[in-house]
Design a protein around this ligand. Structure first.
Ligand SMILES: *[C@@H]1O[C@H](CO)[C@@H](O)[C@H](O)[C@H]1NC(C)=O
Length: 424
């Protein structure tokens, strides 16, 4: 083999990329090396380049160690596009974040500060031997999680019984985990496919939370939380409104109260969106108290009266989510307050009402006037019956008392306040 040793080996490194400049700069580097000889051992790498992982914003260092470099040179290139970044100790790219550290005779370190995602990739340490020798080290840039608002759910309102899907699109490196929680700390209710029951879970893992056949209990604010190894974790709040027509329930529909006292009427309301609620007092009709119905209104009966908060009526409403309590206090109960009351609740999806009746309880039969005595006497017995006296003994007492009463009527022309009814 003819030993034609070229005197010059010309290496041409062409850097065609310069991120900080709009015009493309061309750097041509030519340098001369001595030919290899038997006495001059070939350069070789000491070990391999370690791959590194750093969070964005920090700095990354790749170390390339070479033995027997001799007159050869060491260069750093970006592997993806072969851009030359540095030659020996000199940075040749217009990137202020890149530098080369040449601390000892063997090692050339490529340092990239203020790491960006675009720095992720592999870098080549090259020795200009013939053939060229190279080693590769890679940099992974960690990026904290982020939630892409445009691709994630906004607050939504869904009718009860329909389905809803809450989605949260997260980015980051490594790929973030996404979980869903309720903002109020309650369990999330999920209907498993093919199941009728709602299952309770502390949190749901996955970027899409599908809620099938929504129930009102599933209403609330949900948080999607995205996290990876890089702090901080991020979250997004999605408010889910489950809408339905009002439902009204009166726990006690019949309320007895003595004259002069205050009495409280109560209705429980469930509605979403928030209802408008008010109290009506049924119109008085010859046959008693009208309930609110079209037939009453059409028949020309006086309409029901809307009650307003004031000295006579105390009207309050407490709400907690879709649940509410309507309270009406009728002050200083009088005979004209006897009748039917309606708690009415309406929202965009419908209307509901509860009906309550107020009646008078006569506490002290003996106090009534003489002319009313017989009536009060009987009602006094009724109140006693409410008090829990056994029915048989009541009948006996009633019979005895009536006998005594009739005897009084027979033997006396003027009936004075009977002692009997006083004692009853
Ligand atoms: C560094 O990462 C690259 C690409 O993932 C791989 O080919 C190479 O073997 C890794 N080097 C080391 C020293 O682990």
């Amino acid at each position: 083999m003819p030993q034609i040793k070229p005197l010059l080996i010309i290496f041409l490194f062409v850097a065609t990329q310069c991120p900080n400049s709009s015009s493309q700069n061309l750097h041509v580097y030519t340098y001369i090396t001595e030919p290899n000889s038997q006495l001059d051992p070939d350069p070789e790498f000491l070990g391999t380049i370690s791959n590194v992982t750093y969070p964005a914003g920090r700095e990354a260092i790749l170390a390339c160690s070479v033995r027997n470099l001799g007159k050869n040179k060491v260069g750093w290139l970006r592997a993806s596009d072969q851009t030359v970044l540095a030659l020996q100790g000199r940075v040749v790219t217009h990137n202020a974040r890149i530098s080369v550290i040449h601390e000892d005779a063997h090692t050339w370190k490529l340092k990239i500060s203020k790491l960006r995602e675009s720095d992720r990739g592999c870098y080549m340490c090259q020795i200009n031997t013939s053939p060229m020798k190279k080693q590769i080290g890679c940099i992974d840039v960690q990026v904290p999680p982020d939630i892409i608002n445009e691709e994630s759910s906004a607050d939504l309102a869904v009718q009860e019984g329909e389905d809803a899907t809450l989605t949260c699109k997260a980015t980051g490196n490594p790929m973030p985990r996404v979980i869903w929680r309720r903002e109020d700390g309650d369990m999330i209710l999920i209907r498993k496919p093919g199941s009728r029951e709602l299952m309770k879970v502390d949190h749901y893992s996955g970027s899409s939370l599908r809620l099938v056949r929504l129930e009102r209990r599933q209403m609330g604010a949900y948080l999607c939380i995205a996290s990876n190894d890089v702090p901080p974790a991020v979250s997004k709040r999605v408010s889910l409104s489950v809408q339905f027509a009002p439902m009204v329930r009166a726990p006690s529909q019949l309320l007895g109260t003595p004259l002069g006292s205050d009495v409280q009427l109560e209705c429980h309301v469930e509605a979403s969106p928030s209802p408008v609620s008010y109290w009506l007092k049924g119109a008085r009709t010859p046959s008693g108290y009208a309930s609110i119905s079209n037939s009453n209104l059409e028949s020309g009966q006086p309409g029901p009266e809307m009650l307003l908060d004031g000295p006579k009526y105390g009207i309050t409403e407490k709400r907690d989510g879709y649940r509410g309590v309507m309270l009406l206090v009728v002050r200083s109960f009088s005979p004209s307050d006897v009748g039917t009351y309606h708690c009415v609740s309406t929202n965009s999806l419908g209307r509901a009402e509860g009906t309550l009746r107020l009646y008078e309880i006569k506490l002290h039969p003996g106090i009534a006037s003489i002319n009313d005595d017989h009536l009060n006497f009987i009602s006094g017995i009724e109140e006693a019956a409410r008090g829990g006296v056994p029915a048989t003994s009541l009948a006996t007492i009633l019979k005895l008392h009536l006998t005594f009463y009739i005897a009084q009527l027979l033997f006396s022309t003027s009936v004075t306040a009977p002692a009997v009814s006083r004692r009853a």
